[in-house]
Write a protein that binds this ligand. Structure first.
Ligand SMILES: [Ca+2]
Ligand SMILES: [Ca+2]
Ligand SMILES: [Ca+2]
Ligand SMILES: [Ca+2]
Length: 391
């Protein structure tokens, strides 16, 4: 029965996929030399009450062309300025970040904590911009304790087999966190309600508060179906997910239920398809902790509105370089998933730029994620598994 329904879904999936392609953006000829100044507009760094904006010294600047060529890295000087010399003219995503650590707060006599200032811009740089100083504004970024570390959405190369998707979470904080009551949501890709995202599918971890701990650095895999997709599912090039920590289980459909793997249940009153399935080329996923689902505003019968401030983590991915952003910069300023086609067996995972560690999150998936040649359920990728950016 489940297979039959999958087949019915196929035509619509194929229609969608046909509309997607990876396109290289138009290159502008020549090289550019420009300056950027990084300012904090959130008031976080203001130590002089007369100063409206504060220049941010030693901020990390990362630049990437839209077609995901090798990222460039710079640092601002003591005046918050950085000069970019003789780089190729193109359209760039540029992000700035500055970590205000315990030492910083202690030095100004405030309560020690860790705060990340971050911001990004997208800009065309052409030789005509020579000598221009552009501004990158940064503000406080509320970083997540539990983050979406990996999304395996493209599915295996056994064409039309798509029940091997999974999502991997990571506790990126330094204390025990809890999965209880967290919703994993698939979001609509059109912004209609200012301040809110619209969840069209939402599945929820059970628990009453502290039943399901996740330790610092721990990875937790939630499989679409926690089975051995090679030997039980029959997809030769797929993966064994029978050892997943959790599985999405749609109790309102004919979904599979591995009795040995606990379920993350459909929290909607409607079935909404067979399972928690996400798009094979482009989608938005978020985490939010919700005590009472009924208290969330409902639109279009079963969709839920979730306010930006309550979102624990959000990731937008797309294989299309000309993808129109769906999430606001506050949630995810970038885009993961370059070069990944549907049914390619490839995956995306967070990657600390220096250490390669999991859980790295600056709320900009263009920089926080790498693409992988294969999924890594339950472990962090190695350097060899990273698909190099285009040159
Ligand atoms: Ca399932
Ligand atoms: Ca189960
Ligand atoms: Ca985040
Ligand atoms: Ca992984």
């Amino acid at each position: 029965m489940k297979r039959l329904l999958f087949l019915i879904l196929i035509s619509s999936v194929l229609q969608y996929l046909n509309s997607c392609s990876v396109q290289k953006p138009t290159e502008i000829d020549g090289t550019v030399t420009v300056k950027f100044v990084v300012i904090d507009t959130s008031g976080t760094m203001v130590t002089d009450p007369a100063a409206k904006n504060q220049f941010v010294p030693n901020a990390k600047i990362r630049m990437n062309t839209i077609d995901y060529s090798i990222p460039l890295q710079f640092e601002t000087d003591e005046n918050g300025l950085v000069e970019i010399k003789s780089e190729r003219a193109a359209r760039y995503r540029i992000s700035a970040e500055k970590s205000l650590d315990v030492d910083y707060w202690t030095s100004i006599g405030e309560q020690p904590r860790t705060v990340m200032l971050s911001g990004s811009i997208e800009i065309d740089l052409s030789p005509a911009d020579e000598g221009i100083v552009d501004t990158i504004k940064v503000g406080v970024s509320y970083l997540s304790s539990i983050v979406i570390n990996e999304i395996y959405y493209s599915c295996c190369i056994d064409y039309l087999y798509f029940s091997d998707q999974f999502i991997e979470l990571c506790n990126s904080s330094d204390s025990t966190q809890y999965l209880d009551k967290i919703l994993i949501c698939r979001l609509a890709d059109i912004v209609e309600y200012p301040g809110y995202v619209k969840a069209i599918r939402y599945y929820q971890f059970p628990g009453t508060g502290k039943d399901h701990p996740i330790e610092p650095g721990q990875l937790v895999v939630i499989a679409m179906d926690a089975i051995d997709h090679v030997h039980v599912g029959g997809a030769k090039h797929s993966i064994d997910l029978s050892g997943a920590d959790w599985e999405f289980y749609n109790q309102l459909s004919a979904d599979l239920d591995n009795p040995n793997v606990p379920n993350v249940l459909n929290a909607s009153s409607v079935s909404g398809g067979i399972d928690f399935m996400i798009n094979l080329t482009a989608d938005e996923i978020c985490l939010v902790r919700v005590d009472d689902i009924d208290a969330l505003p409902t639109v279009e019968e079963s969709y839920k509105l979730i306010s930006y401030e309550t979102i624990i983590d959000a990731v937008e991915y797309s294989s299309n370089a000309d993808h129109v952003k769906a999430l606001v910069a506050q949630l995810d300023a970038g885009l993961a998933g370059y070069s990944i086609r549907s049914y390619s067996g490839k995956s995306i995972e967070r990657h600390h730029p220096e250490t390669g560690a999991p859980g790295y999150d600056t709320n900009n998936s263009s920089f926080d994620f790498v693409s992988l040649s294969r999924p890594t359920p339950g472990w962090q990728h190695s350097q060899e598994e990273i698909i190099p950016p285009f040159n």
